[in-house]
Design a protein around this ligand. Sequence first.
Ligand code: SAM
Length: 251
Amino acid sequence: MDVKNHNKNIVKQFSKQASGYTAITSHSEALDKLISLSSASKSDSVLDIACGSGIVSCEFAKHTHDVTGIDITQGMLDEAQKLQTKCDLTNMTWQIGDVDNLPYEDDSFSIVISRFGFHHFLNPFKVLSEMKRVCKPGGKVLVVDVSLPDSKIKKYNEMEKNRDDSHVAALSLTEFSNLFKKVGFKSLNTDFYSMQISLKEQLKASFPRDKNTLKNMIITDVGVNDLGINVLKLNEEYFLQYPIHIFSLKK
Ligand SMILES: C[S@@+](CC[C@H](N)C(=O)[O-])C[C@H]1O[C@@H](n2cnc3c(N)ncnc32)[C@H](O)[C@@H]1O
């Protein structure tokens, strides 16, 4: 798919997801881990790329000097503005744009973060290079996303493409490691958490191509784990457990 059509598809998908995105409880989990891994402080200037409804941006704004959030979907940025108002934060700027070409000078921010964005990017190398470019020397670049062993990636991507057709590809742990080397990062810290969401809640917030196939793929994966998300059945309800990796890189 070319960039123009892909971006159109992203905006279409996230304009639909926008109103329910912040309310999903699991989207607000483990934020303390991101703050502590980044060693965020009141002297930091933060950029959150593909910031969506601003969950991560607003958390960082509570701990740092200022935060800028950039996203391509206006509906998500409208939600981000609402969250900022709710949190009573005044040190934030929102910008609409494509993170393939960040509209900022070199060395502008001390922390540059992306959560749940990389699996939507057609050119992860370009985006990560841009994140590095706008980060100050000695600053931190944080990439937070689902990552799986190579053996699970194919099936996982098949499931996610059905659930959200703007999904490009989750990167395996090997692919992330190669990407960080290729962009020229030397030091890397990794942390992990499991993001649990019920199948019911996930389906309510999603706009799948084929809901029955998706449901079936998930339900039949209990005890098999071909998808890499350790589907659990508890009291007649199914739970997906997304393996989230936090990669902290130093420029
Ligand atoms: C799954 S949401 C993640 C939102 C937020 N980062 C979070 O962690 O809650 C993915 C976001 O990426 C944005 N996005 C995807 N591709 C983009 C691009 N090329 N440029 C800017 N934003 C993009 C979408 O609009 C959407 O808001």
